[in-house]
Design a protein around this ligand. Structure first.
Ligand code: PAF
Length: 298
């Protein structure tokens, strides 16, 4: 597993920076009152800061983990190119009111020569992101369980932007009977609708315009289902593909699914399923983006 040398970090005085697992466990043991955790891979934007704001209303202490998790990248180039802005991230966490940040190195969370462990929820991970990024969710599950076990938060937030990840983590936490409440945080969007993502930083101006195709595709699906009453999932999926292509977005997938189980639908009947979730993935140049929207819920 590739390890990057860690730059020296001078944190703002009011935030604890915890680099080691032992240090983080000791810090957590000394906290009285409730603790919330925001797990991140850094390159923090307003979407992450919204998680911190939500957590401040839910717990006495807010911890943020910043760890670019190698096991969830199925392409090592993607892992190497993932933006890393640790010093700025820590400053943003302090300004947003976080109490501490956990910034472990790779060998802290993945001690060398330990046997591999796999955690999975196969009914939820075999398709969509799981199909296009083999091993991704197994890496996510593994690191999330490690973070929850080290920091033992009462509350942990996951964004609806990574919708499948949210449902997978909820399933793992339920099935493993982990004593933590998973709170869903809404997607934060740019003024024109593009979902905030650390990957957006890699888009040039022209790609940034094309990337809006994802949001537009979801809006097309919303109109078809909510205004036109379309009930054929295939028709909605094809309409989303057409919008993505018209924006020169290379289509990964378009899907309309049950909002909790992510299972395929024979018929789009939002009133029966508590809404349906439309999901899209697509590449704009070298940047792979995802987004989703709940349709027919209201
Ligand atoms: O959503 C993310 O940023 C990551 O998948 C997570 C949950 C921090 C695990 O590495």
């Amino acid at each position: 597993m590739p390890t990057k040398p860690r730059a020296e970090v001078r944190p703002p005085a009011q935030i604890a920076v915890l680099a080691g697992v032992g240090e983080a466990r000791a810090y957590r043991a000394g906290l009285s009152g409730s603790v919330a955790l925001v797990p991140t891979m850094g390159a923090l934007h307003d979407g992450h800061l919204e998680h911190i704001r939500v957590c401040r209303g839910l717990a006495d202490h807010v911890l943020v983990s910043i760890f670019v998790n190698p096991t969830q990248f199925n392409q090592s180039e993607d892992y190497q190119r993932y933006p890393r802005t640790l010093e700025m991230d820590i400053r943003k966490c302090a300004e947003a009111g976080a109490t501490g940040v956990f910034t472990p190195g790779v060998e802290e969370l993945y001690p060398p020569a330990e046997p591999e462990v796999e955690i999975d929820a196969p009914e939820l991970t075999g398709d969509l992101e799981g199909r296009d990024r083999p091993g991704h969710f197994q890496g996510v599950c593994r690191v999330v369980v490690k973070l929850l076990n080290v920091l033992r938060p009462d509350v942990v937030t996951f964004g609806r932007k990574d919708y499948q990840q949210l449902r997978v983590v909820q399933a793992v936490v339920r099935d493993m009977m982990m004593p933590v409440r998973v709170v869903e945080v809404s997607t934060v969007r740019e003024a024109d609708g593009l979902a905030m993502s650390s990957r957006n930083a890699r888009l040039d101006a022209e790609q940034r315009t094309r990337a809006l195709g994802l949001f537009k595709a979801l809006n097309a699906a919303k109109n078809l289902v909510e205004e036109d009453g379309e009930t054929d999932p295939g028709a909605v999926e094809r309409a989303m593909q057409a919008v993505l292509r018209s924006h020169q977005v290379e289509v990964g997938y378009t899907a309309v699914r049950h909002p909790l189980t992510l299972s395929e639908l024979g018929c789009v009947e939002p009133a029966l399923t508590g809404g349906v979730i439309a999901l899209v993935s697509g590449s704009v140049g070298p940047v792979r983006l995802i987004d989703n929207m709940l349709l027919g819920s209201g």
